[in-house]
Design a protein around this ligand. Structure first.
Ligand SMILES: Cc1ncc(COP(=O)(O)O)c(C=O)c1O
Length: 390
């Protein structure tokens, strides 16, 4: 007789702490209540028709089979040129670049290639929600360090205290989601000093690299010699070119790191979308497509802020990204999760409560609003916020 085996429900989850993401929860609520949706980080306007035409042309021209593992040479060449021009660091297009399925896959590749069971990874919180599960799936231990206060200032002394012989990696994100803060030169130099003489890898998430305002400058890990030699820098075409659904991105890193990433890529997806790579290799030849992005989004940010200037919402203009935090402490002392839910159900406006990406005890009564939206959507949202502010 066959032995009774436990059912599938007895199988342990590899991510027991993971719940439905706040983005899904907020978007479902927004949908149910027909709310104006400034929660998720994507534009509600179209990507450039020329770029869509380039993809269609590539398909019609027969670029429909597997691409090379690291990406097509023409695109890798454009990426190397772009990084060299902007950050004065030369990567080898054959050995130091990988085109990926969005930045999320680049992050996952980097973590999987280097994190072994028991390794520690320092994560600055609030953090993009894919980092910690990726570390845990590889048996690693996330070591969170909270960015301090309402301004999310890094405490490098605390980071230094957390570094030990098990520390394999530190993940940074600049321009930072959700705060809209950029790391300064002093931040980058302090990090460079901290990591000097260690074998710690820096995973630098720079997906909002081109969305930077006023005289702020994005400082890539690539542009600091001491960081570049240990950094895997991740970028997202989806964020830059208004097509997050295409899931295209890339990472650059020194050969010693990239060769391990290539091994993982080979057994993970092998390669990514060929016609889109072909299209981007043409589109990137015109740098204004990404160099003008800061100006474009600054108009959106300024429009949103000017519509709110007479309200009781506290706002420090975002330095970069397409997110703006609003401090509602003058309006209510409700916690941010409850307030954001009430904002949807009672007022028809969806946002993201910031504390869900932070360590417990760090609710500063702030909500994150995505201003990558049509002007009329921003006007609708602002009208609701004006009413609430009274
Ligand atoms: C900080 C950060 N990193 C990575 C990503 C994901 O980028 P992609 O859509 O290219 O995977 C996001 C998207 O929200 C993000 O905010």
């Amino acid at each position: 007789m066959k032995k009774q085996m436990p059912g599938l429900e007895s199988l342990p989850s590899k991510l027991p702490r993971s719940k439905t993401s706040i983005f899904t929860v907020m978007s479902q609520m927004a949908h149910k209540h027909n709310a104006v949706n400034l929660s998720q980080g994507y534009p509600n306007f179209e990507t450039d028709q020329r770029l869509k035409d380039l993809v269609a042309n590539a398909m019609n021209d027969g670029y429909n089979q597997y691409a090379p593992l690291a990406g097509i040479p023409a695109l890798r060449n454009e990426i190397v040129k772009k990084v060299e021009t902007l950050h004065a660091h030369s990567y080898n297009m054959d050995t130091e670049v990988t085109v990926t399925n969005g930045a999320t896959q680049a992050l996952f590749l980097a973590i999987t290639a280097f994190i072994n069971p028991g390794d520690e990874v320092i994560v600055l919180k609030p953090a993009y929600d894919s980092y910690e599960p990726a570390i845990e799936l590889n048996g690693g231990k996330p070591v969170p360090v909270q960015l301090k206060g309402k301004d999310f200032t890094p405490d490098w002394n605390e980071v230094e205290d957390k570094i030990n012989s098990k520390t394999r990696m530190i993940i940074i994100n600049t321009p930072h989601n959700p705060s809209g803060r950029l790391f300064t030169k002093e931040d980058m130099q302090r990090l460079e000093k901290l990591l000097k003489g260690t074998n710690i890898i820096l995973l630098s998430d720079e997906v909002y690299e081109h969305i930077v305002f006023e005289d702020h400058r994005h400082l890539s890990a690539s542009s600091f010699a001491g960081l570049a030699k240990r950094a895997i820098v991740c970028a997202s075409f989806g964020k830059t070119f208004h097509n997050t659904g295409w899931k295209m991105g890339y990472c650059v890193a020194p050969e010693i790191l990239m060769k391990e990433i290539h091994k993982v890529q080979e057994v993970n997806v092998f390669c990514v979308n060929h016609p889109m790579q072909k299209a981007y290799s043409e589109y990137l030849k015109s740098p204004e497509h990404y160099l003008d992005l800061g100006k474009f989004y600054q108009q959106k940010r300024d429009k949103f802020l000017s519509l709110l200037k007479d309200t009781r919402f506290g706002m420090k203009p975002s330095e970069g990204t397409y997110f703006q935090l609003l401090d509602y402490s003058e309006i209510t002392d409700e916690n941010d999760v409850d307030f954001s839910k009430r904002l949807i159900t009672k007022h028809g406006l969806a946002s993201i409560p910031v504390s869900v990406f932070s360590m417990p005890g760090n609710d500063h009564l702030q909500l994150r609003f995505c201003f990558a939206k049509k002007d009329e959507t921003l006007e609708e949202a602002a009208a609701i916020l004006q009413k609430i502010s009274g």
